[in-house]
Design a protein around this ligand. Sequence first.
Ligand code: ATP
Length: 304
Amino acid sequence: MTTAVVRAPAKINLGLSVGPLREDGFHELATVYMALDLHDTVRVTARDDDQVTVTVQADAREGDEAVAVPVGPDNLAVRAVELLRGAAGFTGGVDLAIRKVIPVAGGMAGGSADAAAALVGANHVWGLGWERDALADLAADLGSDVPFLLHGGVGIGTGRGEKISPVLSRGRYGFLVVVAREGLSTPSVYAEFDRLEPDPEVPHVAPELMAALRGHDTERLGEHLANDLEPAALSLRPELDRVLQIGLDAGALAGIVSGSGPTCVFLIEDDADAAMLTAALWASPGCADVIHTHGPAAGARVIA
Ligand code: ATP
């Protein structure tokens, strides 16, 4: 039986500029993604029949995430392999075993990561030979973040976030990720954004952010982290304001809500600061976990 073990990264949005609502119901975005060393792992095993099965194992964390992840046709990884075999005219099946580390409904694209991993794994075990760009084109139908998670590194996302161009970025950065006990639904955060910001400007990428990444200027990067969804996430979950303040008071260079939240991400200057900051953040309201990680990381890839 052919098996591939695939790792796919979480993402953060270093910049997330949200523009007007489009006719298709999505907002026009300009975002700068970075893939992180925080990964889900998906074991993809080819089957003799045409069934697609999925199991989900989650890290023990307050709030038992596995409960929130569907284990049927709604799982994004299942949808991904079904989309691929339809597009490839293939008839085989697979077993998908997902090991979740990326917080669920945390604004870090965990479901999209599993979809990206499933695409790479099924392509491998079925011997389809699709190029990464072809998988990324297909992936856009699954979710706006999936094409970026196939590419990894640092990238600009435009359209609804699915059109990716690579970004020149030097060096690595350290982050602390504060996982909340209770997730926030992405559509509800966008609905709150629409209420707070009925007439947004055309979205743009800050040139200062690009310059900081080019020059590996951590301090400057911290000054220009920005997320237009943050006011909406704070409005729905006011305690996140306190989380951000605790991280800054404890010495983080910058802190932002990640994507649609409620995960908060802190940029840190030095790994030596991580232990003290972690202790302070553990005491913040609604905290389920604090994860020390780094970026950028590679996109979804076969590791075994
Ligand atoms: P994004 O940042 O892409 O908007 P998110 O990181 O906030 O998403 P996800 O963890 O991707 O949120 O999950 C959002 C919802 O998608 C979950 O509540 C769950 O019901 C559903 N879902 C479907 N498949 C998966 C999967 N493989 N892993 C996690 N959630 C999944």
